[in-house]
Write a new protein. Structure first.
Length: 180
């Protein structure tokens, strides 16, 4: 994104106090990264249980599919990893869009982070939003083709398992490179 446009968009979040300088965030930065790692573990557990009948049997459950939560946890792993890097710079972000914009401004435009990570974060956020809408529709019994949505969720979950881990690993590397 054009640097001027990027700054203008981020400034609109600043005016709403959804993105601001807050040096106390520096102390919380490692906690965001820890939360990201915990989300990765949680998504791996949900995926393994959802895809393994033997585990389900051992747990005395059946037809357990939490692929939607794999996707959601994968997104939040990425989001918290991004927050950790911004917090290390002393920024507080309370909006997902402002987080992505700030990541691009402070890390991509400075050459510290590859742009592909911004695109991946945005794509995974769209997948998460889609899955949340599917979950709402399922609860309202709107979707008659439940098995089709489970198959789509499983494929998306498999992709996000890899993508989220790569993203968090990259954010952790960036985190270590940031001077406090």
């Amino acid at each position: 994104m054009d640097l001027k446009l990027l700054k203008n968009r981020l400034d609109s979040y600043r005016r709403k106090s959804l993105f601001r300088k807050n040096d106390r965030e520096k102390d919380l930065a490692p906690k965001y990264l820890e939360k990201a790692r915990n989300n990765l573990v949680g998504m791996q557990i949900d995926f393994k249980i959802s895809s393994d009948d033997k585990i389900q049997k051992a747990l005395n459950i059946s037809n357990f599919t939490e692929y939607d939560w794999v996707i959601i946890k994968g997104y939040y792993a990425m989001y918290h990893a991004a927050l950790s890097c911004l917090a290390k710079l002393g920024f507080k972000s309370e909006n997902h869009n402002s987080t992505t914009l700030a990541l691009e401004l402070y890390f991509v435009h400075s050459g510290k982070l590859e742009e592909k990570y911004i695109k991946v974060l945005e794509k995974v956020r769209l997948e998460k939003d889609y899955v949340e809408k599917l979950r709402e529709a399922k609860q309202e019994r709107v979707i008659a083709q439940y098995n089709v949505s489970v198959d789509v969720e499983q494929r998306t979950a498999e992709w996000i398992l890899e993508t989220a881990k790569e993203f968090v690993d990259r954010m952790e590397k960036l985190f270590e490179e940031i001077k406090s």
